[in-house]
Design a protein around this ligand. Structure first.
Ligand code: HEM
Length: 465
């Protein structure tokens, strides 16, 4: 019986590999879409839809019913009070029923660190958000060692210090262009005009993607990571598949175009595609299309709304704590530390998900094999046991760099230095130009239980005298 099963599994894997290698990746995405549509048509699956309701105060909800996966928590300003209660009363908390199934919430800094540092017990496979994404793309953020390590090693050169140095002046030029084009003394949407624009330009640089089409990168990334099924977002499945198909087609074309230009004698750049084409481990990745798609998607999704929301979050936080902006103007050498503090305060990704590989006693609870375990970085970053006066933004906070927004262990964010560099450049250039950066009105927040971010934020700039 076991032999037959294992033979069948091997045969299935061989067929999958063959299909993956021969069928163009956009067609594979389209096929997955058709399967989903057929399932919907046959009544086998119903897309999730979330409707916003007022969320009660945490003290009014029984502990066992607390559901921090509600995608409106951030928008209604309720996440932090709920996390504070969980950290105090049930730091390893079990919710038996939610739209994403049952899950454990880990909310204290030290416990999150312990889970994230133990991939032997807590697996990142097969996905790292609360619900199954409608399209499962192979990404190393959702793989365990040793496969994870091989794939990460293959692409991490793109953000190696030498490459970042090469990129710095280009990124600065692009930031300067954006800031010099902003209106002054009249309100505009900071998210669209600055955060999205700069991040899009950086992604285009990183991938050597056609510059005039850079807005597609942010659109694809937002659409793919914003499904209701995965994160409680607003993207409909059909929209997500259409975006993934277009992304797949464009990246395959980009790969071939780049190969042709290099063959014609164009010197190698420091972009991701060149690095992949010149590295032994990845030069044939185009023949493993789903893996190719996964690695590229991970870079654009990983680098997109995280950095963008730190750019918006910093401005918002400095408006909440104006004394800190004065402190910054008096001493711009605080910028690097402030960048870490902004990333702590904002926590652009609220959590990562793990699955227990075996039964385990953890923090006084019994977690069973197969249980979902959610590491709430957004809560760990406000844990008073680690950060004094944790809700405040304090730009010269001594241990700001110990924040957990980049995770820990084997999956620790690969783009952390790049993100910090972009934020540092942004703040250096802002201080050169503006005396006041004023948030006018409450921002609009993203509907998601994963991305802790801003849909729009009106800002007025006052130039330096
Ligand atoms: C992984 C956050 C910027 C690429 C991660 C993880 C987090 C994270 C929480 C998972 C950590 C874990 O599971 O322990 C952030 C934040 C950013 C940011 C808060 C900005 C402030 C970027 C940028 C890039 C990027 C700019 C692109 C170059 C990645 C990749 C991974 C990752 C490739 C997977 C690493 C692995 O699994 O080994 N990031 N990220 N990130 N991030 Fe970022």
């Amino acid at each position: 019986m076991t032999t037959t099963t294992s033979m069948l599994t091997k045969a299935k894997a061989a067929i999958t590999d063959k299909v993956q290698a021969t069928v163009p990746v956009d067609r594979q995405v389209r096929a997955a879409h058709l399967v989903k549509k057929a399932q919907r048509f046959a009544g086998l699956s119903t897309p999730l839809v979330f409707t916003e309701q007022p969320i009660p105060d945490p003290a009014d909800v029984p502990l066992t019913e607390i559901d921090v996966s509600n995608p409106f928590m951030n928008r209604q300003g309720k996440w932090y009070p709920y996390f504070a209660r969980l950290r105090e009363e049930a730091p390893i908390h079990y919710l038996a029923d939610s739209p994403f199934g049952p899950f454990w919430s880990i909310t204290r800094y030290a416990d999150i660190q312990a889970v994230d540092s133990n991939p032997d017990v807590f697996s990142a496979e097969p996905y790292i958000v609360l619900g199954p994404p409608p399209l499962e793309i192979e990404m190393f953020i959702a793989m365990d060692p040793p496969k994870h390590d091989v794939q990460r090693k293959a692409v991490q050169g793109v953000v190696a210090p030498r490459n970042l140095k090469e990129m710095e002046s280009l990124i600065r030029e692009r930031v300067q262009e954006v800031l010099d084009g902003l209106p002054t003394d009249e309100p505009f949407d900071w998210v669209q005009a600055v955060s999205k624009e700069i991040t899009g330009r950086m992604l285009a640089t990183l991938l050597d993607f056609p510059y005039e089409q850079r807005h597609k990168l942010t659109y694809w990334s937002d659409t793919i990571s914003g499904t209701a099924e995965g994160t409680g977002g607003t993207t409909h499945q059909d929209e997500m598949f259409a975006a993934a198909e277009e992304l797949a087609r464009s990246f395959v074309a980009l790969w071939h175009d780049k190969a042709a230009r290099r063959a014609a004698g164009e010197p190698d750049g420091f972009d991701l595609i060149t690095l992949m084409q010149t590295s032994e481990d990845t030069k044939d990745l185009i023949h493993k299309p789903m893996e190719f798609l996964g690695n590229l998607t991970l870079l654009i999704v990983g680098g997109n709304d995280t950095t963008r929301n730190s750019m918006s979050g910093g401005v918002y936080a400095l408006n909440q704590y104006p004394d800190q902006f004065e402190k910054l103007k008096a001493d711009p050498s605080l910028i690097p530390n402030m960048v870490s503090e902004i990333i702590r305060w904002q926590t652009p990704l609220a959590y990562m998900r793990r699955v227990a590989k075996k039964d385990v006693h953890f923090g006084g609870q019994f977690i069973r094999k197969g249980d979902q375990v959610i590491m709430w970085y957004a809560s760990g970053n406000r844990d008073e046991r680690k950060f004094e006066d944790a809700d405040r933004l304090i730009i010269d906070r001594k241990n700001a760099r110990n924040h957990m927004s980049f995770g820990f262990g084997v999956h620790r964010c690969m783009g952390n230095r790049l993100a910090e560099m972009q934020l540092r450049i942004l703040w250096e250039e802002l201080l050169e130009r503006f005396d006041r950066i004023e948030v006018v009105g409450e921002p609009e927040y993203v509907q998601s239980n994963f991305v802790k971010g801003y849909d729009s934020m009106m800002v007025r700039l006052t130039p330096k005298a």
